[in-house]
Design a protein around this ligand. Structure first.
Ligand SMILES: [Fe+2]
Length: 229
C-alpha cells in the first residue's frame, strides 16, 4: 500500500533544489577539479582564493541561476578534520591494502555494479547532443588529457527498451550505441562520471556525478516513474 504523507506547513511559495557542496581532495588540484566541472557544462561564477591558498568556487548548472540561490554547485577543499577522519577510517579498515576489511571489499563490489548504489546527485540536461558531446570529451580526456588521464570512470545506462523511436536514436548514438546497461525506467538515459579528484561517501575516495536526459513528450520516463524489473 502506498504511503500518504501530509504537509505540516501550508506552503505559500515555490521550492527548488538549492545547492550542492562538493570537496576536492588535494589543495593543488583545486584548479583541475574546477576545470573538470567546467567540462561538465557548469558555469563558473566565482573563484575565491582563501588565506590557506585553497580555491573556493561557485558554479551554476545553467546561466539562469547565476544571480539566484538555486542551481548552485560549490567546490572547495575537503576540511582538515574531515580529511583526518577519513584517514583514520582508512587506517582502521586497511583501505588501499591487500587486506582491506571485508565490508570495504563488499561495498566496492556494489559500487562497481551500480553507480547509484551510494550518494550521488544528478544534473538534468535538455539536449541529448550536449550530453553526448560532454561525455565524448570526458572519454577523450580520460585517454589523452595529461592531468585527467585515468582519473575518470564513465558508465552509461540506456532507457529500458520498447520505444522504437528512442531505441533507434540510442542505437545511432556515439555514446549509447554499444551500451547494454539499462536505467530503472523508460524514455530517458543516464551518464555517470566517477572521479577521485573529488571526495564523497563513507570512504571519501571518489564522487559520483550523474547526468540525465529525458526524451520530450512522455509522461512515463526514467525520472518520473522508477520501474523495477
Ligand atoms: Fe541517480
Amino acid at each position: 500500500m502506498a504511503t500518504v504523507l501530509e504537509k505540516s506547513v501550508e506552503m505559500q511559495g515555490a521550492r527548488s533544489m538549492g545547492h550542492m557542496a562538493l570537496h576536492y581532495k588535494n589543495k593543488e588540484e583545486g584548479p583541475l577539479a574546477a576545470r573538470l566541472l567546467t567540462m561538465l557544462g557548469y558555469e563558473l561564477t566565482q573563484d575565491l582564493l582563501l588565506p590557506n591558498g585553497a580555491h573556493f568556487y561557485r558554479f551554476v548548472v545553467d546561466p539562469k541561476h547565476s544571480p539566484r540561490g538555486d542551481g548552485i554547485v560549490y567546490l572547495s577543499l575537503i576540511p582538515d578534520a574531515q580529511r583526518d577522519l577519513m584517514d583514520a577510517i582508512h587506517k582502521a579498515l586497511d583501505v588501499g591494502t591487500d587486506h582491506e576489511h571485508a565490508a570495504v571489499v563488499a561495498m566496492r563490489e556494489k559500487m562497481d555494479q551500480d553507480p547509484e548504489y551510494s550518494f550521488h546527485y544528478g544534473t538534468l540536461l535538455e539536449s541529448l547532443e550536449d550530453l553526448e558531446a560532454i561525455f565524448l570529451a570526458l572519454e577523450d580526456a580520460n585517454q589523452n588529457d595529461p592531468e585527467l588521464k585515468g582519473r575518470l570512470r564513465l558508465v552509461y545506462n540506456r532507457a529500458l527498451p520498447g520505444n522504437p523511436d528512442v531505441d533507434a536514436r540510442l542505437d545511432a548514438s556515439p555514446i549509447y550505441g554499444g551500451v547494454t546497461r539499462y536505467a530503472y525506467g523508460k524514455n530517458g538515459v543516464q551518464a555517470f562520471l566517477e572521479t577521485d579528484l573529488l571526495s564523497s561517501g563513507i570512504l571519501g575516495e571518489t564522487m559520483m556525478l550523474e547526468f540525465d536526459y529525458v526524451f520530450p513528450g512522455y509522461d512515463r520516463h526514467v525520472l518520473s516513474i522508477v520501474e523495477w524489473e
